[in-house]
Write a protein that binds this ligand. Structure first.
Ligand SMILES: [Zn+2]
Length: 392
């Protein structure tokens, strides 16, 4: 493969430095970064549309380059990053630092690297006579459950000409990923009755009922493992379900009147997890909850969805996927971690793939980095994509 234009590479690294310098940890506002990108795009005569959250402190940014009446290609990146509180950072987390061909900084791989590459392509894209437009899509609150992107996806889906394809630039080392599991994250609160533990039979033990519910969840998870459904393109080829946190009780000699636990289900894109959850709930309500209430009416289970996002199905037979296949002939499989791909695909009806620079192995830990060669590869990919978008 040929090396990309050196000034574009320089520009991409420079932009990455600017993006990393905004501390866009999900709990913070991302408006500094969004306004920087809006001003950068305005220099090239490109207008941005912002979609704010209800606090007004966070926003998605959408900018279209090229004709507005033709289905385009969405280039999607989330702007937020996970916290950088680890003590073992050897250079400041929010200051892009180069060492040995690698660029260190929080978000360098996950996933400001892709956004920087897309932005570095802009001067070239505006020069070209594009027959197919590009939609730059920057979102907020991905790392806390893909909470932000929905408003922008709804807007895209309702366009007269919605995008024909979305490229989600999560770090895949520029491999093409054609599927992703969906997820439900749930919180369950169990209320019992307290009292001196020597009178335990008179009370409703919240922890013990929680434990029985957890055992049911675990049994069902084993059933998925044994009986599927299966999709061997995933490293873990079936849906998974597990309890992730638990807390409860007050003292060693008090029957616990409260217990709270969280559990998740990560499901194959075609596995109807909603009905799985409804099934467990029903079973717990008709057995454990009923038993508790028979003893004491005020006790029982309460459920809360913390967040959920859909899985991303395989779009390799969509016509627009040819644009990608022409650049990367091989599809590399499916992933079990989350991305906004499921929302583009299921909520927006936009065929989606995941393909971006850097490695997921470097994400979410101290001394996160992206190799400069990955930035080069991404620029090359985007250049080849835009070659195909130019008017014949
Ligand atoms: Zn990410």
């Amino acid at each position: 493969m040929s090396k990309p234009n050196m000034s574009r590479l320089h520009n991409a690294i420079d932009l990455l430095g600017k993006l990393v310098a905004f501390d866009t940890t999900s709990k913070n506002s991302n408006l500094g970064l969004i306004h920087f990108v809006r001003d950068y795009l305005a220099q090239y005569g490109i207008e941005s549309t912002l979609f704010h959250d209800e606090t007004g402190e966070k926003a998605n940014l959408l900018a279209t380059i090229g004709p507005k009446d033709v289905p385009g290609i969405a280039l999607s990146g989330h702007t937020d990053v996970v916290p950088a509180l680890e003590k073992s950072w050897i250079s400041p987390a929010f200051e892009l630092t180069e060492r040995d061909g690698k660029l260190f900084g929080r978000g360098s791989a996950d996933m400001k690297g892709f956004s920087a590459c897309a932005l570095a392509m802009v001067p070239e894209l505006v020069k070209r006579d594009l027959a197919i437009p590009f939609h730059l899509c920057l979102s907020y609150d991905e790392e806390v459950g893909c909470l932000g992107v929905g408003s922008m996806v709804d807007h895209l889906a309702n366009l007269k000409t919605p995008p024909r394809l979305a490229v989600i630039g999560e770090p895949t080392e520029m491999k093409v990923i054609n599927g992703q599991k969906g997820k439900f994250s749930m919180r369950v609160s169990v209320t019992g009755t307290a009292g001196h533990s020597s009178f335990a039979p008179r009370h409703v033990n919240a922890i013990e009922y929680a434990a029985r519910a957890i055992a049911m969840i675990s049994d069902l998870a084993r059933e998925f493992e044994e009986n599927g459904p299966f999709d061997n393109d995933f490293t873990v080829p079936h849906s998974t379900m597990l309890t992730t946190t638990i807390g409860g009780g007050t003292a060693t000699n008090v029957t616990p009147d409260f217990c709270e636990f969280t559990f998740e289900i990560r499901h194959l894109p075609e596995h109807d997890a909603k009905s799985v959850l409804d099934g467990i709930k029903e079973k717990i309500i008709s057995t454990l909850d009923a038993e508790m209430k028979a003893k004491e009416a005020e006790t029982g289970f309460e459920w809360e969805e913390i967040f959920s996002y859909p899985g991303m199905g395989d779009c390799t037979d969509a016509e627009a996927f040819e644009l990608v296949r022409n650049i990367v002939p091989e599809v590399s499989g499916k992933v079990s971690y989350g991305s906004e791909g499921g929302i583009f695909e299921k909520q927006g009806n936009i065929p989606s793939i995941i393909c971006g620079p850097g490695s997921i192995k470097q994400a979410h830990k101290a001394n996160e980095f992206i190799e400069i060669s990955q930035i080069e590869e991404c620029l090359e990919f985007l250049e080849k994509l835009s070659d195909q978008a130019v008017a014949a």
